[in-house]
Design a protein around this ligand. Structure first.
Ligand code: FES
Length: 84
């Protein structure tokens, strides 16, 4: 079966990076490895998308999350990419 991967696109522009996405990226990578989701998920970075004031931003599939606090990222991942 060729299930389409879920795409997580995290903004690596300087504002989002400094506001929390450096930490969020680490947490996402660790979560994917720990939960064995690497195969189902394509994890990628994007350049600044001009929404810095609302950052740190990331997209999962069609959904955009703004102001993502590192404390909330695991709950978001579980919601979007959890389950089997
Ligand atoms: S740095 Fe992320 S939107 Fe600008």
């Amino acid at each position: 079966m060729n299930e389409k991967p879920i795409v997580i696109a995290i903004c690596m522009g300087s504002s989002c990076y400094a506001r929390g996405n450096a930490r969020n990226a680490e947490i996402i990578q660790r979560w994917l490895a720990r939960e064995g989701r690497d195969a189902r998920v394509e994890f990628t970075g994007t350049l600044c998308e001009g929404l810095c004031k609302e950052g740190p931003n990331l997209r999962i599939g069609e959904k955009t999350y703004r102001g993502v606090d590192p404390a909330a990222i695991e709950d978001i991942l579980e919601y979007e990419c959890g389950g089997s």
